[in-house]
Every structure is written in structure tokens, then in C-alpha cells.
Design a protein around this ligand. Sequence first.
Ligand SMILES: NC(=O)c1ccc[n+]([C@@H]2O[C@H](COP(=O)([O-])OP(=O)(O)OC[C@H]3O[C@@H](n4cnc5c(N)ncnc54)[C@H](OP(=O)(O)O)[C@@H]3O)[C@@H](O)[C@H]2O)c1
Length: 330
Amino acid sequence: MRFGALGTSSIAWRRALPTLASAPGIDLVAVAGRSPEKTGRFAARFGCEASAPEALLERDDLDAVYISLPTSLHHAWTAEALRAGKHVLVEKPIAVDAAEARDLVRLAEARDLVLRENFMFLHHPQHSAVADLLAKGRLGEPSALHSAFCIPPLPPDDIRYVAELGGGALLDVGVYPLRAACLLLGGGLRVAGATLRTRASDGLDLSGQALLVSPSGVLADIGFGFEHSYRSSYSLWGDRARLTVDRAFTPPPAYQPTLVLEEQDHVEHFTLPAADQLRRCFTDFAEAVRTGGAASAPEEIRRRDDAVACMELVDAIREQALRVPVADRP
Ligand SMILES: NC(=O)c1ccc[n+]([C@@H]2O[C@H](COP(=O)([O-])OP(=O)(O)OC[C@H]3O[C@@H](n4cnc5c(N)ncnc54)[C@H](OP(=O)(O)O)[C@@H]3O)[C@@H](O)[C@H]2O)c1
């Protein structure tokens, strides 16, 4: 599996490329960015070639491209890469809205190429352990899901504060609990209500909450934002017990997650083996490329459907949200 990387981003430097460059069966061939000097530094560190973005996609020695540009550029560059015949792993979120996501899905299907977004948490086995406990009836009948991904304020020049680059808390962190709701409650979720705290000067969303309803009537409330101490968790609540996953979205590779099952008179802890969800994300992607038949493979169809469903929820939240302007931070 020969990969090219498009974007000299922070996530590429800190996490993605060190993992990609050391993953078994994967060869990082070239990296491309808008600054030749910075691209050269990336190439030197990861032992690959430096390229310009357009030239990267023209290379015929690449099977796939990993894209870590600002979110507003995901659609254009992912579309270019698919048209050039490359499989694509694009950073989350796949695009800025459902129309863009659907367009990319159509392109990937027409060319029988793998198109995935880099939601690492989907590759952590702790969520299969949750599904097992649910299937065994340990929670009883679930009726509620609570989930949040919140982080403290970022440096003022961060791309997440620039609306034109796809900034805002909903697109950056809100998509995690939305995607968790799709994973745990299945398709067909609807938005019953939402609020967004927005920056008074330009309306950029800094944090928010949404209430979702599943087709079977499970209620999910989700929270997200750049205005809180760190939290990345979910609880699934049934009539027998409540199951909580702390560090749901970003468990470090060496971290052994503990699931907490709370019954009325009894608390049980399940400590699970550590897992490197990013490495699994890359190796699973490579396996999907090797297997082929992405257009009709059930796993790929499910991932593409979930990517679009998540962006439809983003659109619905934007449409319905009661906006609460807050003063800009000094
Ligand atoms: N999966 C995850 O856990 C995870 C974690 C973090 C981020 N992400 C995603 O990864 C993406 C990048 O995030 P980041 O925090 O790594 O961002 P970042 O460090 O700011 O990197 C953004 C990249 O885009 C380039 N860029 C910035 N503005 C541009 C413009 N106007 N035109 C063209 N290129 C531009 C930058 O170029 P220069 O290098 O030349 O400045 C840089 O290579 C986002 O979509 C984010 O949601 C995912």
C-alpha cells in the first residue's frame, strides 16, 4: 500500500504520519503541502519525497492519499484525488455539509474507490465491548444516550476559529458525539432541538448541545465545544444499568480503558486491553483497499452512509439551533 500525504498539518506531524510511516504493509511515498520549506521538513523526518499538492495526485506510484487540510478544503481535494484514481482517507469531518459528503460518496462509488474519514475512535475495540454488554442484556432496554466532546479554548490563530476554513465547534468536535450516536443507535436519527453559543463578532459556533431521537425512540443528548475543561465520553442508559465510557474518542495508544456499568446496588468495572486506534484506522483502511470492490462492500457502504448521515445531522443542527451570542474572549 503506497500512501501519499496531502497537508503539512499539526495532526499529520504529531500523530498521523509517525503512525502511517511505521504501520506494517504501508509505505509512505511522498508528502505535499503549500510551503516547499515545510514540506521538505516533513519529507526529511518521515523519509519520503516532497511534492507539490497537484503533482502528488498525478503520481502513478500511489494507491491512496491521506488528506489533512482544513475542513473547508476536504471536498475539493478529496474529489481531485478520487478523480485521479486514488483511494482516500480524509481527516474528519469528511466535508462541511451533507451535499458535499454525498458528492464525494457518489464519486468514490462510481470509481470503485475506498473513501473513509479518519474517525479514529471507530477503530477502538472498547465500542465492541459496549455492543457485547448491550447484546447480553446487561443494560436492559436502552432509552437514553449522553455524550460529549469538549476541549478548552484553543490558540487564537487556530484554524478552528476561522469559519471560511470549516471552523466552529460543531464541525470540529460536535461530529464525534454525533458519530457515536450513529454507531450506538443506528441510522434514522432526527434532531429534536439544538442550541449553539456563537461568537458575537461573526457568529462562529464555540459550543453547543443537541437532542436527537432514534427511530425506536431512544433520546440522545450531545454536547460539544471549545469552552470547557476536557471531556470525551458517552453513557448509554437502560432500565437495568448505565454504561459509561470515559475517554471515548481519544484514548491514547497505551491507555487501558475502563467501562463502568452501574446497576442499582452494584458497580462493575471492565478494564480492557490498550489499543492504538489510529494504527488500526490506517491498517483497516489498507486492508479495505487490498480487498477491493469498495463500491459494493457492505462495510464500505455502511461507512459511507454513516458519513453522510452525520453531516445531515450537522445540517439539521445548524438549521434548528437557537443561537446564543457570547462576547468574544479578549
Ligand atoms: N482525527 C483526528 O483526531 C484529528 C485531530 C486533529 C485534527 N483533525 C483534522 O485535521 C485537519 C487539520 O487539522 P490541524 O489541527 O492539524 O490543522 P493545522 O495544523 O492548522 O493544519 C492545516 C493544514 O492546512 C494548511 N492550510 C491552512 N490554511 C490553508 C489555506 N487557506 N489553504 C491551503 N492550505 C491551508 C496548512 O498549511 P501550512 O502547513 O502551510 O500552514 C496545514 O498544512 C482538520 O480537518 C481537522 O478536523 C483530525
